[in-house]
Design a protein around this ligand. Structure first.
Ligand code: SF4
Length: 229
């Protein structure tokens, strides 16, 4: 049952993953020497995993040049403020691989198994993000969406996580995600952020100079910052 009709909790997301996709995510060829062992671990994880997530419809209000409010909760980020310019709604969210899979992975002591378990948790997180996004699309038909996440860019620091979490009230507990004292999410394979509608597109990575990031989705563009001056 949803706590608020604007809040949607998905806590029974099936962990559905294709073996070939899983091996690709684990950086293994199907005929790699340990592929069978990795797949055996995947099949051990599937019945354990309970990926989860929550999102909500939020009203956007511009406060000043560097501040926006979502349902009255203020966030300080010039880039978020500009990205949400002219929008009346946005969709904060939290997605996670689930505490069940996190606990399962802690039982693995073999280094190789720990590495694969990490990749499997990443796959479960992706399932949660996809399920939340599909639900949101079905309910609100938002068109093209982009995401900003606290902590991805210095402009919107991780210290804003508690404000983001406060938008969900008690619903956060249903996801099993909690914040550490340094505002990191536990389980680690969790993502929080704000989905917003955009015609021009936005990816955090275009504003992030970090070199050799394995998760980079688009090249760094130092000139893109001028759009947010
Ligand atoms: S380049 Fe890496 S660290 Fe920087 S925003 Fe993208 S994923 Fe995050």
């Amino acid at each position: 049952m949803n706590i608020d009709e604007r809040i949607v909790i998905l806590d029974a997301i099936p962990f559905e993953v294709d073996e070939a996709d899983a091996l690709t995510a684990l950086h293994m060829a199907p005929d790699a020497p340990f592929a069978d062992e990795a797949l055996a671990l995947l099949h051990e994880a599937i019945p354990v995993a309970r990926p989860k997530g929550v999102y909500r419809l939020s009203a956007v209000e511009t406060v000043d040049e560097h501040t926006i409010a979502l349902d009255g909760v203020r966030f300080t980020s010039r880039i978020l403020r500009v990205n949400l310019d002219g929008l009346s709604r946005a969709f904060p969210f939290i997605a996670t691989c689930g505490a069940e899979l996190e606990e399962w992975s802690r039982s693995k002591t073999d280094v190789m198994q720990q590495f694969w378990a990490d990749g499997i948790k990443e796959l479960a997180l992706r399932c949660a993000i996809t399920a939340l996004g599909s639900h949101l699309t079905g309910r609100y038909q938002p068109g093209t969406r982009a995401t900003m996440n606290p902590g991805s860019l210095p402009d919107w620091p991780l210290s804003e996580q508690p404000r983001l979490f406060s938008l969900f009230g008690d619903a956060v507990e249903r996801t099993g995600v909690r914040l550490s004292e340094s505002f990191l999410m536990i389980p680690v394979k969790s993502v929080s952020g704000v989905w917003f509608e955009t015609e021009s597109g936005f990816v955090n990575c275009q504003l992030c100079p970090r070199a050799d990031c394995p998760n980079r989705r688009t090249p760094y563009d130092p000139h893109a910052l001028t759009d947010y001056a």
